[in-house]
Design a protein around this ligand. Structure first.
Ligand code: ADP
Ligand code: MG
Length: 228
C-alpha cells in the first residue's frame, strides 16, 4: 500500500508540474495566435514591432521549454573527479562581461580545496543560475563574491551579492517551479539548483535579508573521496 501511495504522489507531482508548464507556455502562444489570426483574417501584414513582439513571445516559449528540460534531464555524462576552482575560474571568464555590463564588481576568493566527484555540466548550470540571479538582483550594480573553502567533511561554494534580497514569501517557497518575481523570469532556476545539489551530494543554504543581499552556500559532502 505504501508503494501505491508513493507512486500516486509521484504522479500527482508530475501532473502538477506538467500542468504548470502547459499554463506558462499557453500565454505566449495565445498572444502569438492572436496576432496571426488578426493578420490572416483582415489580410494585414504584421509590422516590424509586431514581429518583434512575436519573436520575443516565441523566445519565451523556447526559454521555458529549455529550462524545463534542464530541470528533468539527467546528465548523460558520468560523474568525474574535478577541481571546483577550475570550473569557477572558467565560469568567471564568461561572467565578467555580464558583470561589467551590469556594473557589478566580481570578486573571487578561492582557496585550494579537495577535488569532488561531480557532474561538470550540472555544476556549470548551478553556477550560471545562481550568479545570474545575483546579478539580476543588483539593478543598481554591486558586488558579487564567489568563494570556495573547505573543512574536514565539506567543500563550501558561496555566492554572495549585495542586491535587493529575497522577499520572505519567496524565500519560504524557493525551489517551487515557476515561482518568480521577475517580469521575464521562468522561476525554474532555483528548482534546477536544488535538483543539481541533490544529484551532486550537496545542500543549499540560503541567507537573505531584504535590502541587504543574499548569500547562497552550496555545501558539497566530501564523503567517500580520496583527499589530495
Ligand atoms: P527566476 O530567476 O526566473 O525568477 P529562480 O528560480 O532563479 O527564477 O528564482 C526565483 C526567485 O527567487 C526570483 O524571481 C527572485 O525573486 C528570487 N531570488 C533568487 N535568487 C535571488 C538573489 N540572489 N537575490 C534576490 N532574489 C533572488
Ligand atoms: Mg533565475
Amino acid at each position: 500500500i505504501r508503494e501505491k501511495v508513493a507512486s500516486f504522489e509521484r504522479l500527482e507531482a508530475i501532473n502538477q508540474t506538467v500542468a504548470s508548464v502547459a499554463h506558462e507556455i499557453k500565454n505566449p502562444l495565445t498572444t502569438i495566435k492572436g496576432f496571426l489570426d488578426l493578420s490572416l483574417k483582415s489580410n494585414i501584414d504584421l509590422d516590424k514591432s509586431q514581429l518583434t513582439l512575436l519573436t520575443s513571445e516565441v523566445d519565451r516559449c523556447i526559454t521555458i521549454a529549455s529550462d524545463f528540460l534542464a530541470c528533468t534531464k539527467k546528465s548523460n555524462q558520468a560523474k568525474k573527479i574535478l577541481n571546483l576552482e577550475k570550473i569557477i575560474r572558467n565560469h568567471s571568464l564568461l561572467l565578467e562581461k555580464d558583470a561589467l555590463f551590469n556594473q557589478v564588481k566580481l570578486d573571487l576568493k578561492l582557496d585550494e580545496v579537495s577535488n569532488l566527484l561531480i557532474y561538470e555540466n550540472e555544476i556549470k548550470q548551478l553556477l550560471l543560475n545562481l550568479t545570474r540571479n545575483s546579478i539580476e538582483a543588483m539593478e543598481q550594480g554591486g558586488k558579487l563574491i564567489i568563494s570556495l573553502n573547505e573543512d574536514k567533511d565539506h567543500v563550501y561554494l558561496k555566492i554572495k551579492d549585495n542586491g535587493k534580497g529575497i522577499p520572505e514569501e519567496v524565500l519560504e517557497k524557493l525551489g517551487t517551479p515557476f515561482l518568480t518575481t521577475k517580469e521575464n523570469g521562468t522561476g525554474l532556476g532555483m528548482t534546477i539548483c536544488y535538483q543539481i545539489a541533490e544529484r551532486n551530494n550537496a545542500k543549499l543554504t540560503i541567507n537573505s535579508g531584504q535590502g541587504l543581499g543574499t548569500e547562497i552556500t552550496v555545501s558539497f559532502l566530501k564523503e567517500g573521496l580520496m583527499h589530495e
